[in-house]
Design a protein around this ligand. Structure first.
Ligand code: HEM
Length: 236
C-alpha cells in the first residue's frame, strides 16, 4: 500500500512540475500560452485522435488518484482498527511526537483540500462550469485565467490549495523516498533539502502568474476579432 502511494505520488509530482513549468508560458503572451495548450491537445495527431494524449494523461492521473487516495484511506482505516478505542499508552516525547502528528494531520487534511481543489479547478478551467470574473471561452486559457485571477478570493483559493500542495509534497517526497529505501543516515540532510526545495519551488512557480495577474502586470486579453486573426496566423 505504501509503495502504491509512493509510485502514484511520484506520477503526480511529475505532472505538477510539468504543469507549473507550462504555466510560465503565460509570460510569452496570450497567443503563445493558448498555442501551448493547443499544442498539447494536438500532440501525436494523426497517430492518435485529437486530444488523444490529453485523454491518456487524464486516465493515468485518475488511476493514480484512485490508487493514492484509496491506499491512504485503507492505511488510515487499518491503523485505526489496529489501535482500537485505546489512545496510545506511551506517547513519543517532545519535538518528535509533535512533528509526526503535525505531518500526519497536514497529510490528511491537505489531501482532502487538494481533492476539493482539483474538482474546483477542473470545473473552472477545463469544463468551464464555474466562471468567476467573466465569460470563459473554451480554448482561450490565457483569457480565462486572466479574468479568474482578477478576483482576490479566487487567488486565495489557489494560494490556500497550493500551501496544502506544498506541505503535502514536502512530507510526501520525504515519505516516498523512505518507502523506496533511499533514506539512510548520511542521505537524510540531502533528502530533507530536496523535499524542501521541490515543495517550496513548486509553490513559487505556480503562484507567480496568478499573483502578477491580480496586481495587473499582464495585458488584458484581445478582442474576439483581434484574437481570431492572431490565432489564425499561427494555425490555431
Ligand atoms: C496556480 C496554480 C494553477 C493554475 C493557474 C492552473 C491553471 C490551469 C489551466 C488554465 C488549465 C486548463 C488548460 C487548458 O485550457 O488547456 C489547467 C488544467 C489542469 N490543471 Fe491546473 N493550474 C494550477 C494548479 C494545478 C494543480 C496544483 C493541479 C493538481 C494538483 C492542477 C491540475 C490540473 C489538471 C489535472 C488539469 C487538466 C484538466 C483536464 O484537461 O482534464 N492544476 N490548469
Amino acid at each position: 500500500m505504501k509503495r502504491m502511494m509512493a509510485f502514484s505520488g511520484i506520477v503526480f509530482l511529475f505532472f505538477v512540475i510539468f504543469h507549473a513549468y507550462g504555466n510560465l508560458h503565460y509570460f510569452e503572451g496570450e497567443i503563445a500560452y493558448d498555442h501551448y495548450a493547443h499544442f498539447l491537445r494536438e500532440l501525436l495527431v494523426p497517430i492518435l485522435p485529437h486530444s488523444g494524449v490529453l485523454w491518456i494523461l487524464r486516465i493515468v492521473l485518475l488511476v493514480c488518484l484512485l490508487a493514492h487516495a484509496g491506499s491512504a484511506f485503507h492505511l488510515w482505516a487499518r491503523n485505526r482498527r489496529a489501535r482500537g478505542s485505546d489512545k496510545y499508552a506511551v506517547k513519543k516525547s517532545g519535538a518528535d511526537y509533535f512533528a509526526s502528528r503535525y505531518a500526519m494531520r497536514t497529510m490528511r487534511w491537505g489531501g482532502v483540500i487538494l481533492l476539493l481543489f482539483i474538482v474546483w479547478h477542473i470545473l473552472q478551467y477545463t469544463t468551464l462550469h464555474i466562471t468567476p470574473g467573466g465569460e470563459y471561452i473554451h480554448g482561450r486559457a490565457y483569457s480565462n485565467m486572466y479574468y479568474g485571477f482578477q478576483l482576490w478570493w479566487v487567488w486565495l483559493i489557489y494560494a490556500v490549495s497550493l500551501v496544502a500542495l506544498c506541505l503535502h509534497v514536502w512530507h510526501g517526497v520525504w515519505s516516498a523516498l523512505q518507502t523506496l529505501g533511499a533514506v539512510r543516515g548520511n542521505t537524510i540532510p540531502v533528502i530533507r533539502l530536496i523535499a524542501f526545495v521541490v515543495a517550496f519551488g513548486l509553490f513559487a512557480v505556480f503562484m507567480i502568474v496568478p499573483t502578477l495577474i491580480l496586481f495587473g502586470y499582464f495585458p488584458a486579453p484581445m478582442s474576439p476579432a483581434e484574437y481570431a486573426a492572431a490565432a489564425a496566423a499561427v494555425g490555431m
